[in-house]
Design a protein around this ligand. Sequence first.
Ligand SMILES: Cc1cc2nc3c(=O)[nH]c(=O)nc-3n(C[C@H](O)[C@H](O)[C@H](O)COP(=O)(O)O)c2cc1C
Length: 343
Amino acid sequence: MTAPADSRHGPTGARNASVAPSLTEAEIRTLGEAARLAPSIHNSQPWRLTRLADGIGVFEDLARSLPVIDPSGRDRLISCGAAVLNARVALRALGYTPEIALLPEPAEPSLIGTVRAVAERPASDDDDAMHRMIPERRTHRRVYRSHAVAEEDLLDLRQAVSAEGARLSVADSASRRSLADLLRRAVRNQAADPELRDEVERWVRRGGHGYVDGIPSSALGTSPFPVDSLVHGGHRGAPEAGAVEEELARSTVLIISTREDSRHDWVVAGMALERLLLTATVKGLVANFTNQALQDPTVRPELTETLGIWGEPQVLLRVGRPLVEAPASPRRPLDDLFEPGTI
Ligand SMILES: Cc1cc2nc3c(=O)[nH]c(=O)nc-3n(C[C@H](O)[C@H](O)[C@H](O)COP(=O)(O)O)c2cc1C
C-alpha cells in the first residue's frame, strides 16, 4: 500500500522533505496511544488499529458493538471518528502535516480512516496544547460549578466543530420545555426496555479492579440531573418534569449535527466531537452526554424539529465548569489494539 521505508529517506538516513515521511515505531505508538484514549459509547472502545509506514489505520471492531442501544452503529462510528481525530492531533504534535482519508476503501468498509504523515511541519503551541489534553479529557458526570459558557468560548467550540465539517447549535431557552419533555420520554423509554438495560449493565463495572473497558461505577457520578449519563440497572427511572426543566435553565446544551446521516457523517461527527472536547478541555470546560434522546428512534426526529437545528443531530452534550474532578475510565492496552505487522 505504501512505498518501503528506505525510499523515503536520503542516503544518510535523513528525512527527505519531498517524499512522504515514514514514522518510527515510537511515533506510530504515539498515534495509537492518542487513538486509544478517545471517548467511546459506554467505553466500548470499538476500534482496532493497523500500522502503516507513514501513520495508522483505524478499523471499527464489530465484536464491540451495542446492538440494542446502537443498532445502526452510529455511536460506534462517532467513537471511531474521535479516535481518528486524536491520532491526527498526535501526528501534528509530532511535527507532521497529516492527511486523513475517511472510509477510504469501499471493499473494506470496516476501515474507518487512515491518518498519514505527508510532510514535516513544526508543531505550534496550539497543536501541543491539544495533544496534551488527550489524556486530560474525560466525560464529567459529577457536579458542575457552573454551566455558563462565555460567548467567546462558545465561538471557539463552534469553530472547532465547523472546521471538521459539522455544525454546533446551542439549545435556546424557548425550546427548554419541549427539550425537557423529550429527554424525559427518552429516559422513560430506555428504562422500560429490559434488553437495553441489560446491555448497558454489561458495560457498567461495579466494584473490583483490572477492567480495561466499560464504565466504572465511580465514573457514573453524582450529577443531580437525572437525564444525564445512562439508563443502567440501578437507574432511578423517569425524572420529574420540573427538575429537568430547572436544570436545563442552568445548562448550556450543545448539539453537533451533520448535513446527512450517512456512515461518513457519523465519522465526521466523531471528529468534530473530539475536537470540541479537546478545545473545551484547554479552556477548563468539561462535558457530559445527554444522548438518550438521540438514541431513541421515536424521539430523535422530534428533537430535530424542537431544536430547529441544521441537518441531522448526532451528539447532545451539556458543558460547564467542574466543581470536582472526574475519574479517568480504563482503556485496553495499546498492544491489544494493533494488528501485527505493517501494511
Ligand atoms: C458516541 C458516544 C456516545 C456516548 N453516550 C453516552 C451516554 O449516553 N451517556 C454517558 O454517560 N456517556 C456517554 N458517552 C461517554 C462515554 O461513556 C465515555 O466516553 C467513556 O466511558 C470513556 O470515558 P471518558 O470519556 O471519561 O474517557 C458517549 C461517548 C460517545 C463517544
